[in-house]
Write a protein that binds this ligand. Structure first.
Ligand code: ADP
Ligand code: MG
Length: 478
C-alpha cells in the first residue's frame, strides 16, 4: 500500500444568478463582498502570515507558535518494523498497527473508538484510562504479544504542546471541542504512560507527534522532496522543514542535522485580527465557541466550523425574511446544526432545479418551505464560505513555500483531512490562490505539488516512533 491514494472529488458548481427580489439581491451582494478575498488582499494576508512565522521562529510565545518538533533531518526510506500509533485530537480516537516495509511501503490495521463528549470535557485521568483500555483491547484483538519487549508507540497528539524532546512535552491548551481538566501544563506522554502502566499494557510511548509532523513524515516516506505536512480536517495546522540557523529562538543545543521539522500551530494566526476578513458571522461563531478569541484562522478554514459560519449567514437571511419566507427549523436553529458535509453536497449540486440542495434543506434540516431562489442563495453562501476557506489555506501554503524557498526547486506538500479530501474543488481553489500569489511563476502548481497524504497520523507517527527508537538505541540515556 502506498501513502498516496487516487481520489475522485466532485467539482463545485458555482452559480452566478440568484434571480431574487431586490432586497434579496442586495443582501447577497453584501455577503459576497464580506467573503471575497481579492488577489491583492490575499497577498497582504500572505505577507502578514510570513512575518508572523518569522516572529515565531525568533521568539517564544508568539501568535504562530512555530514549535520545534525535535524531529531532526529527513527520513532515509530505510525505516522498517512494526509500530503502534495512537491518534487523539480528531473526530475519533484511533489505534493503528503499522508495518513499515521501507521506501514508502507499509501496511496498517486500525480500530476507531468514539470519545464521548463527557470524556472530552471531564477529568483528563478518565480520558487516559479510557485510552489505555482501548490500546489494551486493540492488542488483544490483533493478538499482539511481543514477549518481554514493549511495542513502541508514536502518539499523535493534535493539540498545542511545548515539545522538549521527541517523547516529552507540556500541553499548552485544548482546541477543537476538547476541554479536559488537569491536562494543561502536563506531559501527555507521561499521562498516557502512567495509565498504561497501571493496567500493565506492554507499550512504550516513544514519540509525541503532532499530526502535521506525522503527515509530513508519511508523505516524505515515499516522496523525498516533501517539505510540509498540512491538515485541513476538524481543525487546521501545518508543519514544514526549517533550517536550524533560521530557528533563532532555539536553545536546545547541538543537533544531529541542520534541519528540523517545525509544528507551526498556524490555527492561531491573526488572533489579533490585524488582517483577516473576520465577518460578524465569524464573530458570532467565535463568541459561542468554547475557545472565544482563539484559533481565529482555524475557525475560518476548518471542517468543524465552515457549516456553522454558513448557518450564521443563513439565519441572518431568515431573520430579515429574505430566506425560507422567514421560517427556520429546530435543526437550523441549533448550534452546529448545519454540517460542513451538507456544504459539500450543496456545492457539488448542479443543474437548474438544485435537487440535492432542496433535499438537504427540506429533509435533513426540516425547513418547511424551500423555493428555488432559496436553494440558489444557500448554494451561493456555501460557495463563498468554502472558497474563502480554500483561499486562506493558500495564503498559509504560500507563506510556507516562501519561507523555505522551495518554489524554485519544487516541493511536495502532503495534506490530510476530510475537507481537503472530500470538499468539492477545495484543492482547485487553493491552487487558484497559489496562481494569484505567484504571478511570476507560470507553473506554480507543478512546483508546489499538493497531494493527499492519507493516514499521516498513523504511518507518520509510526515513522516518528521508529526514528525515536533508533535515537534511543544510539543514545541509551535519551
Ligand atoms: P480529523 O481532523 O478529526 O482527524 P477529518 O479529517 O475526517 O478528521 O475531519 C473531520 C471534519 O471534516 C469534520 O469537521 C467534518 O465536518 C468534516 N467533513 C467530513 N467529511 C466531509 C465532507 N465530505 N465534506 C466536508 N467536510 C467534511
Ligand atoms: Mg485527522
Amino acid at each position: 500500500m502506498a501513502s498516496q491514494t487516487q481520489r475522485k472529488v466532485p467539482v463545485a458548481h458555482t452559480i452566478t444568478t440568484i434571480g431574487g427580489t431586490p432586497p434579496q439581491e442586495a443582501m447577497v451582494d453584501k455577503i459576497v463582498k464580506a467573503f471575497t478575498i481579492t488577489p491583492e488582499y490575499l497577498e497582504e494576508i500572505t505577507q502578514h502570515f510570513l512575518s508572523e512565522m518569522k516572529k515565531g521562529l525568533n521568539e517564544e510565545d508568539q501568535t504562530i507558535a512555530m514549535i520545534p518538533s525535535f524531529v531532526e533531518g529527513r527520513l532515509t526510506g530505510e525505516e522498517v518494523g512494526q509500530f503502534l500509533a495512537l491518534d487523539l485530537g480528531g473526530t475519533n480516537l484511533r489505534v493503528v498497527l503499522v508495518d513499515l516495509q521501507g521506501r514508502g511501503n507499509f501496511t496498517t490495521k486500525s480500530t476507531k473508538y468514539k470519545v464521548s463528549d463527557s470524556l472530552k470535557t471531564g477529568d483528563v485521568k478518565d480520558l487516559y484510562n479510557f485510552i489505555a483500555d482501548c490500546i489494551d483491547s486493540f492488542l488483544t484483538e490483533h493478538n499482539l504479544d511481543y514477549g518481554t519487549a514493549d511495542i513502541h508507540l508514536g502518539y499523535t497528539f493534535s493539540f498545542p504542546v511545548y515539545q522538549s524532546k521527541i517523547n516529552r512535552g507540556l500541553q499548552k491548551q485544548w482546541t477543537k471541542g476538547f476541554n479536559c481538566s488537569g491536562a494543561i501544563g502536563k506531559d501527555p506522554v507521561i499521562l498516557l504512560q502512567d495509565a498504561l502502566a497501571k493496567k500493565h499494557v506492554p507499550v512504550l510511548v516513544s514519540a509525541l507527534v503532532n499530526d502535521t509532523v506525522g503527515t509530513l513524515l508519511s508523505n516524505a516516506y515515499s516522496k523525498p522532496d516533501t517539505n510540509a505536512g498540512i491538515i485541513f480536517g476538524t481543525g487546521s495546522n501545518g508543519a514544514y522543514i526549517e533550517k536550524m540557523s533560521s530557528i533563532k529562538k532555539w536553545k536546545g543545543g547541538p543537533t544531529s542535522s541542520d534541519e528540523m521539522i517545525i509544528n507551526m500551530e498556524f490555527g492561531a494566526f491573526d488572533n489579533e485580527r490585524v488582517v483577516l476578513p473576520v465577518t460578524p458571522w465569524d464573530n458570532k461563531l467565535d463568541r459561542e465557541s468554547i475557545n472565544p478569541h482563539k484559533q481565529i484562522f482555524e475557525k475560518m478554514i476548518s471542517g468543524m466550523y465552515l457549516g456553522e459560519i454558513a448557518r450564521n449567514v443563513l439565519l441572518e437571511l431568515v431573520d430579515r425574511t429574505l430566506l425560507f419566507e422567514g421560517y427556520s427549523s429546530k435543526e437550523l436553529n441549533s448550534q452546529w446544526g448545519f454540517e460542513t458535509t451538507y456544504m459539500s453536497t450543496i456545492e457539488a449540486d448542479q443543474g437548474d432545479s438544485l435537487k440535492e440542495t432542496h433535499r438537504v434543506l427540506s429533509s435533513s434540516l426540516n425547513i418547511p418551505k424551500v423555493s428555488e431562489v432559496d436553494c440558489r442563495i444557500v448554494k451561493r453562501v456555501c460557495d463563498l464560505v468554502g472558497t474563502r476557506a480554500a483561499r486562506l489555506a493558500a495564503a498559509a501554503i504560500a507563506g510556507i513555500a516562501r519561507q523555505s524557498s522551495s518554489v524554485q526547486n519544487g516541493c511536495d506538500i502532503g495534506i490530510d483531512g476530510s475537507l481537503y479530501e472530500f470538499y468539492p474543488s477545495f484543492e482547485q481553489r487553493i491552487e487558484q490562490g497559489l496562481v494569484e500569489l505567484f504571478p511570476d511563476v507560470p507553473d506554480i502548481n507543478k512546483r508546489i505539488r499538493l497531494g493527499l497524504a492519507k493516514d499521516g497520523s498513523g504511518v507518520g507517527a509510526a515513522l516518528c516512533a521508529c526514528v525515536a527508537k533508533k535515537m534511543a538505541e544510539r543514545r541509551p540515556s535519551v
